[in-house]
Design a protein around this ligand. Structure first.
Ligand code: FE
Length: 351
């Protein structure tokens, strides 16, 4: 009798276990299907980025839904959506914008040993609220006809008398310029930075206008001789389907300033996991993928940006421009100053 009871009990337990397990597996399956997405907001408008997202989906099965927009609009949208946002991750060009998203409490800290391995510490937020995906150098671009590269040295030397009426750069409301000036405040202090701005402004070829590409075009048109601009725009112009752009890009040279002193100004585009993300793990996986060697190679070869992953060499075109020393500065320290520098730029005449 006792044996029968034991048998019955074992049977009941076994059935319970099996059904319990089945229910659990089914629940996990449903969750897995629902969770295999990551929603991103991005201000980067490059086909090569879309190709990377597709590759990520192929490798992981995680679908990437992309919302493209202007940086300020995307940040504003995240702010307004608050807890209801669908976004899991935001991608922004310029450390100033990444830092602003952190300051507005729109991001969360994302810990990952893979990201830590892929990206050096100085290109990540101190608390891992954002991480750089690409680097861009803001260099001097000069007319090969009218300027000998031996005449060039530093950003500071652009204030010399001989460059009067020769300097081209876009407006002070542009974040790339704000980050450049912010790095100056960090490295040289506010007074020296203000002196530099007023000296630079005194040598402007024209009132600041247009985007980075337009500065190179103005050199080709003879409006000025030296422009401050990001290198990847030259890469894009050299490989443009517009033959005029190719001609412009071929007429100018790239010079990495401040090599004898501290280094050339470098900025980043980067990503952060959104504070109210529903798919945190997938967002982290995507950042791990985007900082991996294969993705980093693609950023450099297809969009002419510098890899953040030190295991990846820059593309052939970037290598042809030479290697260079970067400003000895933490990316996050640039982002912190950026809000205040516009004021001193305007006060010193940079329109
Ligand atoms: Fe850009």
């Amino acid at each position: 009798m006792r044996k029968i009871w034991m048998l019955l009990l074992t049977l009941i337990l076994a059935v319970g276990l099996v059904t319990g397990c089945t229910a659990e597996v089914a629940a996990t399956d449903v969750e897995a299907v629902e969770n295999e997405i990551v929603n991103i907001y991005t201000d980067r408008h490059y086909d090569s980025d879309d190709a990377l997202y597709e590759l990520f989906t192929e490798e992981t099965g995680i679908k990437v839904n992309v919302v493209k927009g202007k940086s300020d609009e995307l940040i504003e949208r995240l702010k307004n959506e608050g807890e209801d946002t669908e976004a899991d991750m935001i991608v922004l060009a310029d450390v100033g914008r990444l830092q602003r998203s952190k300051d507005l409490d729109l991001l969360q800290s994302a810990e990952s040993t893979i990201i830590d391995e892929n990206v050096p510490e100085n290109l990540r937020d101190d608390e891992n609220y954002w991480v750089a995906l690409t680097k861009r150098a803001r260099v001097l671009v000069y007319s090969k006809d009218r300027v000998d590269s031996s005449e060039l040295s530093s950003y500071q030397a652009l204030t010399e008398e001989k460059w009067n009426g020769k300097i081209l750069v876009r407006t002070s409301d542009n974040i790339y310029n704000q980050s450049l000036v912010s790095s100056f405040v960090e490295l040289y202090g506010q007074e020296a930075t203000e002196d530099w701005i007023s000296g630079l402004v005194a040598n402007f070829a024209r009132e600041p206008k247009g985007n980075d590409r337009d500065q190179a075009k103005a050199i080709a048109a003879g409006e000025g001789d030296i422009a401050i601009m990001n290198t990847y725009y030259l890469g894009l112009m050299l490989n443009s389907s517009d033959s005029e752009e190719v001609k412009v890009a071929e007429s100018v040279g790239v010079f990495f300033p401040n090599q004898d002193v501290d280094g050339t100004h470098v900025n980043v585009s980067g990503a952060g996991v959104v504070k109210y993300a529903d798919h945190v793990d997938n967002a982290v996986k995507l950042i791990e993928f985007l900082t991996s060697e294969s993705a980093q190679r693609s950023y450099s070869e297809a969009n002419y940006e510098y890899p953040v992953n030190p295991m990846v060499e820059p593309s052939e075109l970037l290598k042809s421009w030479g290697t260079f020393k970067e400003q000895p500065i933490k990316m996050s320290s640039i982002g912190k100053n950026v809000e205040d520098v516009l004021k001193i730029m305007i006060q010193n005449g940079w329109k």
